[in-house]
Write a protein that binds this ligand. Structure first.
Ligand code: CU
Length: 481
């Protein structure tokens, strides 16, 4: 929890410090980095009886909150104390390919037992994050199955700030293992299923009839800010306070929900970008890597469980206690009424996005257990090859592209485009405009369309943000002509 006034005071000191570092650079001495991240194995005490060993940033989970100022150049030193090369991806920023942290785009690895300095100009303002971007494949000790996740906040040049305090929440599972079939929520997304997509999905299933369903990943332990429900410090609030929660789904592949009994969330930003129509909702739903910033008016005194709707996951830790100053007693959970998550409610009413210069359709198919027991994913019939690393789509600078995704599988895919924001155009059959994101959930047998403007030259990766899907084909590389 961060006191906003203290932060603003600290921010005021920054220009003086950076002036000093510029002088140091002129003397040919390496300037001190603004931040240092050290990747190493460490312990996370999720609860006194649940201590896990995993790879961490700076020995902590989540990694340190990195505060940047929009447009002000930063240097981040990455030290890799592990035995394998690593990559730190700055998710949601419009930065060059070599510092974005994706091997497919040409970013160099941080060598094992080596270091690399990344320098870039952070943008755009808002709630971003950073995480490892290496392939995990069948190794659940690699990639986003580890604890390599941290938050980034890029201070805008002007902040209207209709809130008293900010609280960052990172939702994350630990102790992963392989399973057959999952129990992930599937029915919470608004929108309609398409018959032709179901037919394509059925055909793929029939072709793989003799095979069992592919591996899925399940988890034993669940946490918010690295603590299981009830093990960490509660969020202590006062009646009448307005708290801006910055929620990150830092999972390797799970979809998460969050509710606070007796309260509603006024969603003001999605993936760090202010929405055209802030709206009150009883439940937040976040696909892997999605962020939601929402204001809660603290007007219902008590001791509450702010937690995931999935009972099993909440009981195994996915929640945090919210405690009013005057209240006492055991934390209370009340299951919210059924609620459909519909991105379009935050869109600009009556508006239409600009017309695209070009449209590209992509149909996604799941091939059950096609790769040594793992499902393989194809986009327009092709699985991404890590050996060829071939760009499939050439874009031209300045042009606006409309990507039309068709999901012929029953899974929900959090689609992510690197180094660009996109504008949602159509979600589950419903048109919308004005919502800028970098991850969007594509529902089972549904369609989603978004536009992006090719305004950041360099190789650009598109993929499903589920580690298990991206590692087994669900990626495509774009390049500028
Ligand atoms: Cu996926």
């Amino acid at each position: 929890m961060i006191d906003r006034r203290a932060l603003l005071k600290a921010a005021a000191i920054v220009p003086a410090a950076s002036a000093v570092s510029r002088i140091a650079r002129a003397d040919d001495k390496p300037a001190a980095a603004d931040y240092t991240l050290r990747i190493a194995t460490g312990l996370v005490e999720l609860a006194p009886e649940h201590i896990v060993s995993t790879t961490l940033y700076n020995g902590q989970f989540p990694g340190p909150l990195l505060r940047f100022k929009e447009g002000q150049r930063v240097a981040v030193d990455i030290h890799n104390d592990t035995d394998t090369p690593e990559l730190v991806h700055f998710h949601g920023q419009m930065i060059p390919s070599d510092v974005d942290g994706a091997a497919e785009e040409g970013s160099p690895f941080v060598p094992a037992h080596g270091m690399r300095r990344l320098e870039f100009v952070p943008k755009p303002a808002g709630f971003r994050f950073y995480h490892t971007h290496v392939v995990a494949g069948a190794d659940l000790n690699r990639g986003t199955y580890t604890g390599q996740v941290g938050t980034v906040y890029i201070e805008p040049k002007n902040d209207p700030g209709a809130y008293d305090r900010e609280v960052f929440l990172v939702l994350k599972e630990f102790a992963p293992s392989f399973s057959r079939g999952g129990d992930m929520a599937m029915d919470f997304l608004a929108g309609e299923e398409l018959k032709d997509l179901k037919a394509i999905g059925k055909q793929a299933d029939d072709e793989a009839k003799e095979k069992a369903k592919g591996y899925e990943v399940g988890y034993e332990l669940f946490s918010i800010n690295g603590r299981t429900l009830g093990s960490g410090e509660p969020v202590r609030v006062k009646q009448g306070e307005r708290i801006l929660f910055h929620v990150l789904n830092g999972s390797a592949g799970e979809i998460r929900s969050l509710a606070l009994p007796g309260h509603s969330f006024r969603v003001v930003s999605l993936d760090g970008n202010p929405v055209p129509t802030p709206a009150d909702v009883p439940v937040l739903w976040l696909g892997t890597a999605e962020r939601i910033s929402a204001i809660v008016d603290m007007n219902h005194p008590g001791v509450w469980v702010m937690g995931d709707l999935a009972d099993d996951d909440r009981k195994r830790g996915m929640g945090i206690v919210v405690e009013y100053a005057t209240a006492k007693g055991k934390p209370q959970w009340v299951k919210p009424k059924p609620f459909k998550w519909d991105y379009t409610r935050f869109g600009k009413a009556g508006a239409t996005p600009a017309a695209p210069d070009e449209s590209i359709e992509m149909t996604i198919v799941k091939h059950n257990a096609a790769l040594d027991g793992f499902n393989q994913w194809t986009l327009n019939g092709e699985a991404f090859s890590m050996d060829a690393m071939k760009p499939v789509i050439k874009v031209q600078q300045g042009r606006r592209y409309r990507l039309k995704f068709r999901n012929a599988s029953d899974d929900i895919h959090p689609l992510h485009l690197h180094r660009h924001s996109f504008e949602l155009v159509r979600v589950g059959g419903k048109p919308t405009a004005g919502i800028l994101k970098d991850v969007v959930m594509l529902g089972g047998f549904q369609g989603v369309e978004f536009d992006f403007v090719a305004d950041n030259p360099g190789r650009t990766l598109f993929h499903c943000h589920q580690q298990l899907h991206m590692d087994f084909g669900f990626m495509a590389l774009f390049d500028y002509a």
